[in-house]
Design a protein around this ligand. Structure first.
Ligand SMILES: Cc1ncc(COP(=O)(O)O)c(C=O)c1O
Length: 372
């Protein structure tokens, strides 16, 4: 499959959204024209169609479109308060290793984040068993696209704690029983930010759930808390999925599985062939039940490694540099220490790993990383 020899040294960006999006240019223009001529610019059939197709893709009963992934999380939590399923000021267990949005959603819902250090990369059944602090519910995160292990869901069920999933990075990932991301937690919150595995060409998000009451309340909160045209029964926000983005996402959904397959293939090649004591890899298990949104490696001297790759024409990214509990925005959490998370944030470098990466580019990246 992979070319044995390659001669041309290319510039390999970490991620270039234009060629990825160009694959859908013709369909997108048709979609734009149809929506433009329909005169229906909020809600309508495009949003409904996407919600139906995405729910069905995830295997979930309901999907509620939102303006972005942060809102999808926040609205879910607010809906649970409105339904009396979580108290105002609820204490929410959250992995310390995540993007700040997960923490922000808890704060925006008026709740309290209880960060917990991860084991290797994520929360595990083992980590949860050792928690002594009080909490009301759990938000897990499929970080880098890898599904949170099934024991975590089993633990929540055994403890009768509600569990929600931040699925912003795991579109299409499937567990050992064939259950997809978006159908593993009580509710799941997706981001369709353009860089995601299923990305729009602007901001967009969605909530999936099998609970009708929760879906209805999320839909209501996302639309001003509106019960009918002139009646508002709860405090809502304005965070609706844009019909244009719904249409663009419908064009992209059929390619999600093959795109993810290619991501996994590239990640497996990296895991098999990167061989350098200075570059630490995750185990091969990383690509099981994973959408491989990010391919992380871990290096002691990150700046030197990143400059080296840059000098060789290879773009990289970092996920992430400062964990939420060490951000100035969360001064009240700054005293906390989570050694595993902090080491991840100190050493992580993301290598290019997207569906349009060519075999010869993958080979070149491996060769350059091995020569570091
Ligand atoms: C783990 C995680 N959660 C939530 C979000 C928020 O998504 P959005 O940017 O669509 O609000 C992101 C997006 O970057 C994310 O990576």
């Amino acid at each position: 499959m992979y070319l044995k020899y390659f001669k041309i040294k290319t510039q390999i960006p970490y991620l270039d959204l234009k060629p990825l999006s160009d694959r859908f240019a013709r369909q997108d223009l048709k979609t734009f024209k149809e929506i433009h001529t329909s005169g229906r610019f909020i809600g309508g059939e495009w949003v409904t169609r996407f919600e139906k197709e995405f729910a069905s893709y995830c295997g979930a009963v309901h999907c509620v479109g939102t303006g972005n992934g942060l809102d999808a999380l926040t609205i879910t939590l607010k809906a649970e308060i409105a339904l009396g399923n979580l108290p105002v000021n609820a204490k929410i267990l959250v992995p310390a290793h995540t993007y700040i949005a997960t923490f922000l959603s808890i704060i925006h819902a008026g709740m309290q984040p209880i960060p917990v250090d991860v084991e290797q990369l994520n929360l595990t059944g083992n980590v949860l068993q050792q928690i002594t602090s009080e909490y009301d519910a759990i938000i897990v995160v499929d970080i880098y696209g890898k599904l949170v292990e099934d024991e975590v869901y089993a633990f929540a069920k055994a403890k009768q704690k509600k569990i929600y999933c931040d699925t912003a990075q795991s579109h299409g990932a499937t567990n050992a029983c064939g259950v997809k991301s978006g159908n593993l937690a009580r509710a799941s919150a997706f981001s369709f930010y353009p860089t995601k595995n299923l990305g729009a060409i602007g901001d967009a998000g969605a909530i999936t759930t099998n609970d009708k009451e929760l879906a209805n309340m999320c839909r209501k909160i996302a639309n001003y808390g509106r019960q009918s045209r002139f009646k508002n029964s709860v405090i809502g926000v304005n965070s609706r999925l844009d019909p244009l983005q719904a249409g663009f996402l419908l064009n992209r959904l059929p390619l999600l599985d093959s795109d993810n397959k290619r991501r996994v293939e590239i990640a497996n090649y990296y895991l098999d062939h990167i061989d350098n004591d200075k570059v630490i890899l995750l185990s091969h298990d990383f690509t099981n039940h994973s959408a491989v949104h990010v391919f992380p490696v871990f290096v002691k001297n990150r700046n030197v490694f990143v400059s080296y790759l840059d000098h060789k024409g290879i773009g990289t990214s970092v996920h992430y540099e400062v964990p939420p509990h060490k951000q100035n925005a969360f001064k009240e959490l700054n005293h906390l220490t989570f050694p595993v998370t902090e080491e991840l944030h100190r050493t992580e470098v993301s290598l290019p790993c997207h569906p349009l990466l060519k075999d010869e580019e993958v080979l070149q990246i491996v060769r350059v990383v091995n020569a570091y």
